[in-house]
Design a protein around this ligand. Structure first.
Ligand code: NDP
Ligand code: OXD
Length: 309
């Protein structure tokens, strides 16, 4: 049994230690040095080169070194019969919530204006609504969305969460399904996207959404870039429907130099860094899951490809 590992930014020692400690063996291969490909049962990957996973005939599981899996499934040749196990990690979840809270506060308290004023040496306070009067809508109530909702609620914001299936979170208005989408968007002074990218969520943030949101509202996108129609957002920013946006994910990453987002005075760009994978905890999680599979158990959570996430 061998494990194939592919992540350009990895610290190999951390993963080797985790595999060894969990009893997963020490036979770790790479795409560059795969050895006998038939021996490789597990692939642990972030952004594997397209066409490579399908060259591993003995693969039992693919482990994503990230919560999202589009870095695997956008490869038109990925082996669709092999289950993908997503990363579940409380540190990633905490980091995401911190990122979301940062931008919610940034827009809510007008820190964006103060940054401009400082450049002009201008001393001017801006009023802001009470937290309870600022409505934050969170799209996606999975591991990241639920935690973000709870923490925003604890800060006193009026939080609405939206998912496919009905959820229940104390003091958070939880809505579900397509029929509720218009309400979620209509009531969003600040809209946070924490949806996975699927057929249903591609281009979900479009002109109709920005028209429906209250004038002067804000967008925070941490899900995937292809959920957001860039031209529609730029128009909404132009006409003032949307006052500002904090974008962490993009259709093309790295964001091309020619992107209008770089220079936009009311767009904040971060380089897919909302919730970077914590190597130590991710390695422990993946190693424990591999060990479970070696013992005949079922690693989880497995991506349900009929839903696309
Ligand atoms: P989960 O799979 O745990 O949760 C996904 C949520 O989205 C679920 O609540 C699900 O509903 C909901 N959902 C999916 N499709 C729809 C739909 N069509 N309509 C309504 N709700 C829908 O994902 P995570 O919270 O772990 O991560 C979410 C995404 O965030 C990832 O897929 C990734 O793209 C992105 N991400 C970005 C990071 C970054 O650094 N920028 C880091 C980590 C993740 P239900 O509960 O009913 O199934
Ligand atoms: C992601 C991640 O899926 O970094 O974006 O985990």
């Amino acid at each position: 049994m061998a494990i194939l590992f592919h992540w350009r930014d990895a610290t190999p020692g951390i993963w080797l230690d985790a595999f060894k400690t969990a009893g997963c063996g020490t036979d770790i291969r790479t795409f560059e040095m795969p050895g006998n490909r038939e021996e490789i049962e597990f692939a642990v990957v972030w952004a594997p080169p397209p066409g490579q996973l399908k060259t591993l005939p003995g693969l039992n599981y693919i482990f994503s070194i990230g919560a999202g899996v589009t870095h695997i499934t956008l490869d038109p040749e990925w082996p669709t019969d092999v289950p993908i196990v997503r990363l579940q990690d409380r540190l990633l979840v905490l980091d995401m919530s911190c990122h979301v809270i940062h931008w919610v506060l940034h827009f809510h308290r007008h820190y964006d204006r103060y940054a401009c004023q400082q450049a002009e040496r201008r001393w001017l306070r801006h009023r802001y609504p009470e937290n309870a009067d600022r409505r934050v809508s969170v799209l996606g109530l999975g591991q990241t969305g639920q935690d973000a909702c709870r923490r925003l609620r604890d800060l006193g914001f009026a939080v609405t969460g939206w998912a496919r299936s009905q959820k229940s979170i104390n003091d958070v208005r939880c809505l579900a399904g397509e029929a509720a989408f218009d309400t979620v968007v209509h009531d969003a002074d600040i809209l946070v996207n924490l949806l996975p990218l699927t057929d249903a969520t591609t281009n979900i943030l479009d002109a109709a959404v920005f028209d429906r949101m209250p004038r002067g509202s804000f967008v925070i996108n941490c899900g995937r870039g292809s959920s957001l129609c860039d031209a529609d957002l730029l128009s909404a920013l132009e006409c003032g429907n949307i006052e500002g946006a904090a974008l962490d994910v993009f259709r093309e990453e790295p964001l091309p130099e020619s992107s209008p987002y770089w220079d936009h005075p009311r767009v904040y760009v971060t380089p897919h860094s909302a919730a970077p994978t914590n190597e130590r905890s991710a390695a422990e999680f993946v190693a424990a899951q591999i060990r479970m599979a070696m013992d005949g158990g079922q690693p989880a959570p497995v991506v349900d490809m009929s839903r696309g996430y």
